[in-house]
Design a protein around this ligand. Structure first.
Ligand code: TXA
Ligand code: MG
Length: 322
């Protein structure tokens, strides 16, 4: 069922069920983070391997603090600046967080969503919520309640409808190196420029290794449509090369003309990165579900600001399945 009844969703959660909740980044599939059975249910519904740990959502910095053994000054500073928002912090967990949530890691990923319905839900229950994106493992992330309903509707009792996600791509995940430097594990809604400005030094980028389960958001193939997808910088050239197929084109700001184009989505006619991020997953999904499209061709964005995070997702979407 889809609706806006937070109290009902909270009752399902109290009963150990999982429900979908809107956040400003993407929709999450939420369950009681303290309850191993509810957490196991999240993995089952998503068909997600246990080695891929879950982000824990809280309603306040005070609640976040109750789940960790330390909050270093740099983490406090980041929390004050960007929470609530599209930032996730990796911090040493307390024993109340089950090992299943973190895949046995001593670090837990913590986030405070800004979406008012997520905040209301978090305040309506007596526990924090573990929540991955509410899509089947490896597929395009959901940015509307309908996206969730299409794929998980039969497996969960309730989907909270909070409209389209304003940010549209997942949170930026950061941790802290032994020397105190900030380490970015996944690019997302908070940009490198914003982080650099907040912490006053150049963040390190965690290297993307082969499907390394320890490295957040770094699975090689992820966010992928069912249809084949090619990504590149030169869209006219890609279209020309693939003109023997019926193409679904995902471009940044410009429309393209070619007889091979069967469907086309423009991320932002005004070349706004924010708008491109907000449209990104929904447009990719639209091209994937368009019956006449045989191949999706997508343009990489200028590698600045949110463009870096969108390009990261495009490249993973197009990575070969192993
Ligand atoms: O914006 C978001 O972060 C959304 C919304 C729903 O909050 N959530 C999200 O969750 O993107 P998910 O599960 O799709 O991606 C979370 C990433 C995973 O790649 C996982 O590997 C990493 O976070 N992660 C979670 N806990 C971790 C931990 N303890 N250590 C390292 N990586 C972790
Ligand atoms: Mg995900």
């Amino acid at each position: 069922m889809i609706g806006t009844d937070i109290a009902l969703a909270a009752r399902y959660l109290e009963a150990g069920e999982v429900v979908a909740m809107p956040t400003e980044t993407v929709y999450g599939l939420a369950g009681n983070a303290f309850d191993t059975a509810a957490v196991a249910r999240i993995f089952a519904v998503k068909n997600r391997p246990f080695f891929d740990p879950l982000i824990v959502h809280t309603h306040s910095i005070a609640q976040l603090e109750s789940l960790v053994t330390q909050l270093p000054p740099l983490a406090q500073h980041l929390a004050q600046q960007w929470m609530p928002g599209a930032l996730t912090l990796l911090l040493p967990k307390r024993a109340v967080i089950p090992d299943l949530v973190t895949n046995g890691s001593p670090l837990v990923a913590l986030r405070l969503p800004q979406h008012p319905m997520a905040q209301a839900l978090l305040r309506a229950v007596r526990f924090p919520l573990a929540a991955p994106s509410a899509n089947p493992f490896g597929y395009i992330s959901p940015t509307t309640a309908q996206h969730v309903a299409e794929q998980l509707g039969n497996h969960i009792p309730y989907i909270i409808d909070g409209g389209s996600c304003a940010v549209g791509i997942e949170s930026t995940i950061v941790g802290f190196a032994a020397d105190g430097r900030l380490v970015v594990h996944r690019l997302g809604g908070i940009t490198l420029d914003q982080l650099r400005h907040t912490v006053g030094h150049e963040p390190l980028l965690a290297t993307s290794t082969h499907s390394n389960p320890q490295t957040a958001g770094q699975l090689d193939r992820h966010y992928s449509p069912r249809k084949p997808i090619l990504v590149g910088n030169n869209l006219p050239q890609l279209i020309e090369q693939q003109q023997h197929l019926r193409l679904g084109v995902l471009s940044f700001e410009q429309r393209h003309q070619h007889p091979a184009i069967a469907a086309q989505c423009v991320l932002s006619a005004t070349a706004s990165m924010e708008q491109a991020a907000a449209h990104f997953f929904a447009m990719l999904r639209q091209l994937d579900s368009c019956p006449s499209v045989q191949l999706i061709v997508a343009q990489l964005l200028p590698p600045v600001g949110l463009g870096l995070a969108i390009n990261d997702r495009l490249k993973r979407a197009a990575a070969p399945a192993v």
